[in-house]
Design a protein around this ligand. Structure first.
Ligand code: NA7
Length: 551
């Protein structure tokens, strides 16, 4: 038989640095490497536009839980002064507009290739280059590879039997169709009650004929108290940008508020109740910062948990539904605490039902809907999977990264991610992971974490070049010590007590159970990273020869 003609090999384009992803992280990294260091930097982005997670998460009600004036770049006064947010919490389309504004203002799009999903990235030690190929065969090379792929970008689609039999439409919230989904007049099943499901349910309920929320784990949620921002606030935020930035840099979660100095247990019951009631009225994530020990002391946490459960029982009129929604099995804020706009109130609507799939699990999907173990059938037209992500490692492991001696990242991380500071992986020279596992990332207001990583990486590459070195790589010992420290930091909190959280990888079958984000706080982490740089990068090895470039 004649041999099939070999597929044509595409020419390789070489840059000084390749960046994967054009969300917050990739955009700032491109700007920093190109416009501060003068590198020929280039971004590969799978989507057809900038936006990262906000390109894909277009589900009804998609909104950021960080307050808009804090969910922005603070490295540039021009960007701060040239943008106005319209609401307390930004909606997905507005965030996309903001990121396009950033990309246009900094003239970034000319150095981004869209529609380029990375399929492999291989360290070529002889050439000192990362050789990167997109899934459709385009080839690139660069000495530096920076991943800016986000922590929550690889969707978790549960393998429920019978999905292919379903005659209706199936959508995951994290891959929502760009032109929307019309649920009017339809019966909708929504599986999942994390931040996403809690945002989507009220909006789906408004539009659909009927909504059934399938709850495996009951969840806390705090009212967002979203509202339009008035001019006075907009002026205040711009005039006080430096103070807001300083607060976000000083506080553990990178949000524009500080943690209350008192213990929840040192005040009277009345005072505590009043403090929680004030935080509930104000709305938003700051409730978890009412007292300093909510995340570290179980008895203190119980006071916050009991307060929220009492509010759920107050809001939800049907006592049986209220009992299921308030039957929460983990301490408050040990899983990502959602904030909502009318979530619990939604269950007072005549067209909304709650299915407790902890008590009666889903057995299979049928042609007409969802069948539970008891035999109960829910006939629906649309199934919405609000089932989250293969968080923090999923997107990195999907990229086919291999380092020195062909070491696959999936093998290096077989027992869980190992990094030095969440920034580098031993065996993978010149690879930097923005908001990688082992960094504060998802436990913080993301743009704050991203700015710190981008600036550290940029300074590090500048130092390397100034010293005439070609490569930098984390040492094995440093990664070992950092993983131990990440574990210690998690164990100093109550967070590992939520055994089914995605912080631990527990939501994805077969994923190693390792607490992935750094729970020691953004301010402490920032100080550690700064100290490492000031000390000449202990825990990293700089090697090889390159032309010296003044820093
Ligand atoms: P989350 O927080 O991972 O929530 C996913 C939800 O889906 C959660 O309620 C899960 O229940 C549920 N789930 C997951 N798999 C299943 C299966 N197989 N069957 C039933 N229910 C399931 O994802 P989100 O998208 O809501 O939020 C992710 C982050 O995005 C969020 O924290 C913000 O940072 C933005 P479980 O609790 O595992 O029992």
């Amino acid at each position: 038989m004649p041999e099939a003609p070999a597929a044509p090999v595409m020419p390789e384009t070489t840059f000084d640095a390749l960046i994967v992803g054009a969300g917050f992280a990739g955009l700032y990294q491109l700007h920093a490497l190109r416009d501060r260091l003068g590198l020929r930097a280039h971004v590969l982005e799978a989507a057809d536009g900038v936006g990262g997670t906000w390109t894909w998460n277009r589900y009804p009600g998609a909104r950021c839980d960080s307050e808009s004036h804090a969910y922005a770049f603070y490295f540039s006064d021009d960007l701060l002064q040239s943008w106005d947010w319209s609401e307390r919490y930004p909606q997905q389309p507005e965030i996309l507009r903001y990121l396009n504004h950033v990309a246009d203002r900094l003239d970034l799009k000319r150095d981004i290739t869209f529609g380029a999903r990375v399929g492999s990235a291989r360290w070529d030690a002889a050439a000192g280059l990362w050789r990167v190929a997109t899934q459709d065969g385009r080839r690139y090379a660069a000495p530096f590879l920076v991943t800016a792929v986000g922590c929550l970008s690889s969707t978790n689609m549960p393998d429920i039997p019978g999905r292919e039999d379903f005659a209706g439409a199936v959508h995951h919230t994290g891959e929502w169709p760009h032109d929307g989904v019309d649920v009017s007049g339809k019966r909708v099943a929504m599986i999942g009650t994390g931040s996403t499901g809690i945002q989507a349910a009220p909006v789906l309920a408004e539009a659909a004929a009927h909504l059934t929320v399938f709850q495996r784990t009951a969840n806390y949620s705090i009212p967002a108290r979203n509202r339009p921002l008035d001019d006075a606030f907009k002026h205040w935020a711009k005039a006080h940008a430096a103070e807001i930035r300083a607060t976000m840099h000083a506080t553990p979660n990178g949000h524009p508020w500080t943690v209350g100095p008192r213990s929840a247990l040192e005040v009277s019951a009345e005072e505590r109740e009043a403090a929680y009631a004030a935080a509930w009225e104000k709305g938003g994530l700051a409730l978890r910062a009412t007292f300093r020990d909510i995340l570290t002391d179980r008895a203190a946490n119980d006071t916050a948990a009991d307060f929220i459960k009492a509010r759920i029982r107050e809001v939800v009129q049907d006592p049986a539904t209220a009992a299921k929604l308030a039957d929460i099995d983990h301490p408050f804020a040990t899983k990502r605490p959602p904030i909502d706009t009318g979530y619990f109130e939604t269950f007072n609507r005549a067209n909304v039902a709650l299915a407790d799939i902890r008590a009666d699990p889903i057995e299979r999907i049928t042609a007409t809907g969802i069948r539970l173990r008891s035999g109960a059938e829910h006939a629906v037209d649309v199934i919405v999977f609000a089932t989250g992500f293969d968080a923090m490692t999923g997107a990195l492991l999907r990229m086919g990264i291999s380092g020195r001696d062909g070491l696959a990242l999936s093998d290096a991380w077989a027992a869980g991610p190992r990094t030095q500071l969440g920034l580098q992986v031993p065996g993978f020279p010149n690879l930097f992971t923005i908001t990688g596992p082992g960094s504060p990332s998802v436990l913080t207001n993301m743009p704050v974490a991203i700015e710190q990583h981008v600036e550290w990486i940029t300074d590090c590459i500048a130092q390397l070049r100034a010293q005439g070195r070609a490569t930098i790589e984390a040492t094995d010992d440093a990664a070992e010590a950092w993983v131990a420290h990440v574990n210690d930091a998690a164990n100093a909190t109550l967070m590992p007590q939520a055994g089914h959280s995605w912080y631990l990888g527990a939501n994805v079958p077969g994923k190693p159970r390792v607490f992935m984000p750094y729970a020691g706080g953004m301010a402490r982490y920032r100080a550690i990273c700064a100290e490492v740089a000031a000390q000449g990068y202990p825990g990293f090895v700089m090697a090889g020869q390159a032309a010296r470039v003044p820093a």
